[in-house]
Design a protein around this ligand. Structure first.
Ligand code: CO
Length: 168
């Protein structure tokens, strides 16, 4: 089932999510829905709090559009190490239409559990590394505008001015 995406400034996007103690039926259903929602919205990643859940889970799909999606689930993810720097353009399903160049580490090593309770370690770089950092930020209550560089603060301001004009 495709779930409704929570848009900023909904308060749940500012909350730190809670580590999952045990994968149960509710979480399997949540993950199914998160993957379906991410693919339907053409997102690269989606964090549980973006669909209104407080579990520390995110999903990713960095497969190019013309290929069969192969989504990956990260339960209780944590960054173990980082290296290098990059600054590439990012978007976020909770901020439709906003794109910002966000400084990130170029390489990350991340630990997470799979849905089968396996402990996995991923070494990621470039797009995958960026997506992982963006989604872990979400799970910590951090959104990408928090990391906007000074040169793009105006872009963020104009985005919200436009949004409030459209809403009124
Ligand atoms: Co996002």
């Amino acid at each position: 089932m495709v779930r409704k995406i929570v848009l900023y400034p909904n308060a749940i996007l500012r909350e730190k999510t809670i580590p999952v103690a045990q994968i149960n039926e509710e979480m399997l259903a949540l993950v199914d829905d998160m993957i379906e929602t991410m693919l339907e919205k053409d997102g690269i990643g989606l964090a549980a709090n973006q669909v209104g859940s407080r579990h520390r889970i995110f999903v990713l799909n960095t497969t190019p559009h013309d290929e069969t999606p192969s989504p990956v689930v990260f339960v209780n993810p944590a960054i173990l190490g980082t290296d290098g720097e990059m600054k590439e353009e990012e978007g976020c399903l909770s901020f439709p239409g906003l794109y910002l160049h966000i400084p990130r580490s170029r390489i990350v090593r991340v630990r997470a559990k799979s849905l089968y309770n396996e402990d996995l370690v991923y070494d990621a770089q470039e797009l995958l590394a960026r997506a992982i950092q963006h989604e872990i930020d979400h799970l910590d209550g951090v959104v990408f505008i928090d990391r906007a560089v000074p040169e793009e603060q105006t872009t963020v301001q104009e985005y919200f001015e436009q949004r409030s004009k459209e809403a009124s």
